[in-house]
Design a protein around this ligand. Structure first.
Ligand code: ATP
Length: 239
């Protein structure tokens, strides 16, 4: 296992104007690892994802492969392999499925590689292949979420930040989506940092957990240790 984390966050604080939201966050994701951030509504999960993706200024440091990329713009973060699936999907609703995927590859120049990846994601998400010429805004919620995932993957990220990808989707669709995320992680070695309300499903595919409470990391550890801790399990899983 690589000694240098893919993503390392140290003492990160961020907020909106005078309103401090995140305080002194430390976290790390190793290459190919799946980690999940759990926390109540308003804990600061989306704020954390935005800081990591380069859309929110912050103090403290964010490093990729040991290189300080703090306060880099989203396009620079993308170049470092960090891609965000924002909450609420963020697909381009007036464009076709295929064009959405092409936009996802905008930072790349390798035409043959892009074409091969299109085919690959169409294989993994056959629904998108069937609907490749359909306008994205007319897809179902689950299909749009799959498109958001596939579009982010078109940049060939090394770290995919997933902000509540399960939000508003039926349980069966959510299960399918998590199965695909697991497949992408296992086959491509793409590391995932998940922010999820659906703790149980996220834990199923994660090896590391961070608990965010009122803008701070209240606890962190392996998924195993999380499940073995009765009070934490009861608070976050309800049993
Ligand atoms: P949820 O699970 O409800 O999405 P969250 O953990 O993702 O919550 P954030 O969206 O990060 O939480 O919000 C954290 C805090 O920051 C909240 O108190 C929220 O009201 C505040 N906040 C979020 N976005 C803004 C903004 N653009 N301007 C001012 N305050 C904001």
């Amino acid at each position: 296992m690589s000694a240098t984390p893919l993503l390392e966050v140290k003492g990160l604080s961020a907020g909106y104007g005078a309103a401090a939201v995140l305080r002194d966050i430390d976290l790390a994701v190793r290459p190919g690892q799946v980690a999940v951030v759990l926390g109540a509504n308003g804990a600061g999960k989306t704020t954390l994802m935005r800081a990591l993706a380069g859309t929110l200024p912050h103090t403290g440091t964010i490093s990729i492969d040991g290189v300080d990329v703090s306060n880099s713009r989203p396009d620079i973060m993308l170049r470092h392999g960090v891609s965000l699936i924002p909450q609420g999907r963020g697909t381009l609703t007036t464009m076709s499925v295929r064009d959405n995927l092409r936009v996802g590859a905008v930072s790349r120049k390798d035409r043959a590689g892009i074409a091969a990846d299109l085919e690959r994601w169409f294989e993994i998400f056959p629904r998108l292949a069937e609907r490749s010429e359909q306008i994205a805004g007319t897809l179902s919620g689950g299909e749009q979420q799959m498109l958001a995932v596939a579009r982010a993957l078109m940049s060939r990220p090394r770290l995919l930040l997933c902000d509540e990808v399960s939000l508003g989707l039926a349980p069966l669709i959510v299960q399918g989506l998590f199965d695909r995320l697991r497949q992408v992680n296992e086959e491509s070695g793409t590391a995932l940092l998940l922010v999820e309300q659906n703790a149980e499903l996220a834990l199923d595919i994660s090896s590391q957990v961070y608990l965010l409470e009122v803008g701070s990391v209240a606890a962190s550890g392996t998924t195993e240790s999380f499940r073995e801790n009765n009070s934490i399990r009861q608070a976050y899983l309800g049993y």
